[in-house]
Structures are given as structure tokens and as C-alpha cells.
Design a protein around this ligand. Structure first.
Ligand SMILES: [Zn+2]
Length: 471
């Protein structure tokens, strides 16, 4: 056994045993939980340690096998993974996860859109539960760790705690969120948005179709969900359902690996706003129309793309980013002045007010550019404008303490990608644990995290859940 891990066990037990000694009254339910966990009266702390030492460990080999097996449920060949919402492979993957949840002794339930919950009942089931989880859908030709580590790792974290003999006071739930990726219906974090009470989304889904014109509800029913009705309001979580939500995820960036740090503790999640812009001009022959007589929709788009960069840089914060990821010209011929242009702009920040100022500046630039170039701004549409989320201080402290107890290096950081946690933060105090991934690669087959790094993440998650579940 590695000394570092031994240290973790001793500290976990110290934490639990010392927490237990806080309550002098044997009737105190917290003390009772601690005694149940240790299997001994709380004053016999030595027995408590020696009897639990051998039981507390991550089953790394099994976890790696599960990650590999799940990756084989893919519509594209290995090493790539493609798993799209409500397809046959997605349904098989869900079955795989539900089986693992049941094997871990969790009671499984599913809601109308296929969010899956595995519950480990606590000592005091009437208290708000502590939750953890992530997603298992994968965009076309992506990797096998994004999301998956936070679902399989969460089930293993429960196993770690169960093997140790720990019994939570609050229930602990593992959640598999439906469709974190927007691949099929163009809506990212579909499941967690609905859990957070997305009434507008529930309404919009009634008329939502995929690229093949298959309706959301037809697809959901073919996967065994949304059977009885089109009303999704029963998916919304009641506020106070969870006392805490913690997501384990690969970093999807290079910082932890570059700095040789084991654990990233997320303090805030940047939220994207997406904007669609269209300019229309008169077009014309590339040779015949002289320069002073042109109103070139393509140049308006080019100018706006540069304005986006300028406005983002003007914010003065490294946390403000903006990207023109789509820029299309019509008719798209070398000898034709573009008569139409279409841009899609993504801008993000952890400060909502600062991001909204950037959006407003982009709007002003779009109309000024249109005016100056004699083109029409035929569309300026904000597709989504989600607020960023801050992690809860008490959860940050629990994650920091857990990393320190485990003798693992950690770093406070911002999540620049968004996750289901962004939406869970609307209905629960939230925190996120990052682990290193190879060169920061994600959403491609080269995506990789070592099983040692994953195991460290699982240990920090397990200890954090243990701490939160006895609060
Ligand atoms: Zn993810």
C-alpha cells in the first residue's frame, strides 16, 4: 500500500472518528452514524482505524475495465467514441450504468427524459441528499473519458465508501444526466437544464426535431422514456432536493498536467452566450461592380469578427473570451460579391455583467458596420445567454480538505467549458473536481486520463461526499 494512500485512510478515519467525538451524547444521530461506520464505540478509535484500513481502496482495474467496456458501446470504431442521445448504443450504455448502480446496491430510478438516479439511502432519509454525477453521451468521433469519469467514478466512489464500512447520514445519489452534448437536438445539458426547472425548454421540446426531422418525443419514446405524456414539468427538481452537488470531470485543458497537479478545484464555471448574425447586401459581379458602389455582406462579417475580438480584449480580463466559430458567405463563388453573410459568435466569461457588456458592444458594432457599409443587419439573435455559476464555499472547503487529507496537490481553477454543474448550481450548492488529462485533449479520440489520476479523483470525490453527507 502506498504511503500516500495509507495517509488518506488514516486521515479519513481521523476525520470520521474525530467528528464522532464531537458528540458526547450517544443518542446523537451523528454519533450513531459514526459508530455504525466504525463498527465500534467511538472512544475505541484505534480499533476503528485498524479494522477499516484494509477495506478502503479504489478498484482501479475494474474501473478501467468499465471505462473500456463503455467505450465499446459506440457508433464509430475505437479509439473514437460516438454515442448520441436515445440511439441504440446510448440505450445499451444506460443499461450498463443502471446494472452497475444496482450491483453497488443503489436504488435506481429514471425520469421522463432519462436522467438516471442511483440512490444510497442515508441514516436520515428525510434530509436533502448529496449528489454527484455527469454524462455518458459523446459527440461524434470523441474520446472515452469526458463525462464517463464522473459517472463510473461516482459509482466507484460509493463502492469505496461502502467497502470502508461508511454509512452516510444524508443519502448520496449518483446522477447520469441526459444529453450534456448538444449533438442531436442542438441543446447542451438538456437533462440538467430540465432538472433545474427549464420551463421554456420543456415547452420548446414539444416542437423540437433532430437533423432527420425526428421529433424529440418520438426519439425519447423509442428509448423507453416520456411514455405517458408530453408534459416534462415532473422532471423539474424541487429546490432543496440536494444539499450539495459535486461533479468529477477531466479538465479538458492542459493546466493540471503542465503544472503536475493532481486535483483541480473549480471555483466558477464560465457560461456561454451564443449569437447569430446575418448581413444582407446587393451582391454583384466581382469584376463589374466598382469598389465605391459595393455593399459587401462578407466584409461586414469580417469586420464584425474583428470587432468581437476587440470587444473581448477591451474587457481587460483574461476570463473573457469570444469566438466566431461559423462564418458563411453566400453565394460562395470566387467571382461574386457576397450578398449574404452568416456568423455565429460564442462569448464566455465567469462574470455575467462583463459578458453582457461584451454582447451589447457586439450588437452596437453590428449595426454601425451595417450602416457604414450600406448592408442590412437582417438578424441579430441571442440564442442563449446562460448565467455563469460559482461553486459553493463550503463545498470548495470540503474538496480542498479532502485533497489535503489525501496528500494530493490541488489548485483552484475556473472551468471554461460548461458542464451539467452549471445548471445544477441553480437548484443546489455546487462544486467540481477536475483531474489532469493528456495535453488537455478532449472531444477527440486522443482524449486520455491515466487510471492513477482517475483514482485520485475518485478518492477526493469519495472523501468529499463522505464529509458532505454527514453535515
Ligand atoms: Zn463533459
Amino acid at each position: 500500500m502506498a504511503p500516500r494512500f495509507l495517509h488518506f485512510i488514516i486521515l479519513l478515519l481521523f476525520f470520521i472518528c474525530s467528528s464522532a467525538t464531537l458528540g458526547n451524547n450517544h443518542e446523537d444521530p451523528t454519533t450513531k452514524t459514526m459508530e455504525d461506520f466504525s463498527g465500534y464505540p467511538i472512544h475505541e478509535s484505534h480499533s476503528c482505524i485498524s479494522n477499516t484500513l484494509s477495506a478502503l481502496s479504489v478498484d482501479a482495474q475494474t474501473l478501467q475495465n468499465q471505462i473500456d467496456e463503455l467505450s465499446s458501446l459506440s457508433d464509430t470504431p475505437a479509439p473514437s467514441v460516438t454515442r448520441i442521445l436515445y440511439t441504440e448504443k446510448d440505450v445499451l450504455a444506460r443499461r450498463f450504468i443502471k446494472n452497475l448502480m444496482r450491483l453497488s446496491g443503489l436504488s435506481v430510478r429514471e425520469d421522463a427524459v432519462g436522467n438516471i438516479f442511483g440512490r444510497w439511502e442515508g441514516h436520515e432519509p428525510e434530509l436533502a441528499a448529496v449528489a454527484t454525477g455527469s454524462h455518458i453521451d459523446a459527440i461524434p468521433f470523441s474520446g472515452k473519458y469526458d463525462g464517463v469519469v464522473g459517472v463510473l467514478g461516482a459509482i466507484e466512489a460509493i463502492n469505496v465508501l461502502k467497502r470502508s464500512g461508511f454509512k452516510p447520514k444524508r443519502a448520496i445519489e449518483v446522477i447520469l444526466f441526459t444529453s450534456e452534448e448538444p449533438t442531436r437536438f442542438g441543446i447542451g445539458c438538456l437533462g440538467s437544464r430540465l432538472l433545474a426547472g427549464g420551463e421554456a425548454l420543456a415547452k420548446a421540446l414539444k416542437t423540437t426535431v433532430d437533423g432527420q426531422n425526428i421529433s424529440f418525443f418520438y426519439a425519447a419514446r423509442s428509448a423507453g422514456y416520456a411514455k405517458d405524456q408530453d408534459d416534462l414539468s415532473n422532471v423539474f427538481l424541487k429546490k432543496g432536493t440536494y444539499s450539495a452537488f459535486v461533479e468529477l470531470h477531466i479538465e479538458q485543458g492542459p493546466i493540471l498536467e503542465e503544472e503536475g497537479i493532481s486535483i483541480g478545484i473549480v471555483t466558477a464555471i464560465a457560461a456561454p452566450a451564443s449569437i447569430k448574425v446575418e448581413f444582407e447586401g446587393n451582391g454583384g459581379h466581382a469584376g463589374a461592380v466598382l469598389m465605391p458602389n459595393r455593399n459587401d455582406a462578407g466584409l461586414a462579417a469580417a469586420e464584425l469578427a474583428l470587432a468581437v475580438e476587440r470587444h473581448v480584449l477591451e474587457s481587460g480580463s483574461i476570463d473573457s473570451v469570444g469566438t466566431v466559430g461559423i462564418l458563411e458567405l453566400h453565394p460562395g463563388a470566387i467571382n461574386s460579391i457576397p450578398s449574404k453573410s452568416h456568423l455565429e459568435i460564442d462569448t464566455r466569461d465567469i462574470d455575467e455583467g462583463r459578458r453582457n457588456i461584451i454582447i451589447e458592444k457586439i450588437r452596437q458594432s453590428a449595426s454601425t458596420i451595417a450602416k457604414n457599409r450600406g448592408v442590412r443587419l437582417s438578424e441579430f439573435k441571442i440564442i442563449n445567454q446562460d448565467p455563469p455559476a460559482l461553486s459553493e464555499k463550503s463545498i470548495i472547503e470540503a474538496m480542498k480538505a479532502s485533497s489535503a487529507d489525501l496528500n494530493l496537490t490541488h489548485k483552484l481553477m475556473i472551468s471554461r467549458a460548461y458542464h451539467d454543474s452549471l445548471f445544477m448550481a441553480r437548484v443546489s450548492p455546487m462544486g467540481m473536481i477536475f483531474i489532469p488529462c493528456y495535453k488537455g485533449y478532449s472531444h477527440k479520440p486522443e482524449e486520455f486520463s491515466s487510471i492513477d489520476d482517475i483514482s485520485n479523483g475518485v478518492k477526493v470525490l469519495a472523501l468529499t461526499l463522505a464529509k458532505l453527507s454527514i453535515q
